[in-house]
Design a protein around this ligand. Structure first.
Ligand SMILES: [Zn+2]
Length: 179
């Protein structure tokens, strides 16, 4: 395995939380103080390669740590950041979710000047996204069971699936953490 994160993670002495799927550790090269990194034990290059139940788990854990950060540290906020691809600043080829505590004048350049989007451009992108997502989503569960938005909903393992009639189908799903 040539992934630097995979190679180094087991020996890190800054691990905050670990289960069979993920690691949470303090960044040694931090964006701001107390910068936390959540990552999968299995090697996945970018977020869209990570199974959905693991994406959900990473964000659930990030929510818990966010609460902890906001309650325990003298910060004004925090950012959740995932870089996908070199064009977005991703350096190492392993998915990570960054929790970056923010303090006043930390000079972290994460803001941008909003640009007004023309209505026709909005409509064009809306059509593109809607066409691409209609009835095509597959949610990966831990057991390898796949549930699609256009198949009959079969709730199992505490999962709640609701389909709404109309032009689009929506999947409302609550992932239950399996032991
Ligand atoms: Zn890796």
């Amino acid at each position: 395995m040539s992934c630097e994160l995979c190679n180094a993670i087991q020996n890190k002495n800054t691990i905050l939380f670990e289960d069979e799927d993920i690691y949470v550790f303090l960044a040694e090269k931090a964006a701001t103080m107390a910068h936390i990194i959540i990552t999968t034990k299995e090697h996945f290059e970018t977020i869209e390669q990570v199974p959905d139940y693991l994406v959900a788990w990473c964000f659930a854990i990030s929510s818990k740590f966010s609460k902890l950060i906001l309650e325990s540290l003298n910060v004004q906020g925090l950012n959740l950041l995932v870089e996908v691809g070199a064009g977005a600043g991703q350096v190492q080829p392993h998915f990570v979710l960054n929790l970056i505590p923010r303090v006043q004048n930390d000079n972290l350049p994460l803001t941008w000047q909003p640009t007004k989007v023309e209505q026709n451009e909005l409509m064009e992108h809306q059509a593109l996204y809607k066409k691409a997502t209609a009835n095509r989503w597959v949610f990966e569960q831990k057991e390898g069971v796949k549930t699609t938005t256009n198949s009959p909903a079969t709730p199992s393992n505490g999962e709640v699936i609701k389909q709404v009639d109309g032009e689009d189908n929506y999947l409302i799903k609550q992932l239950k953490r399996m032991p």
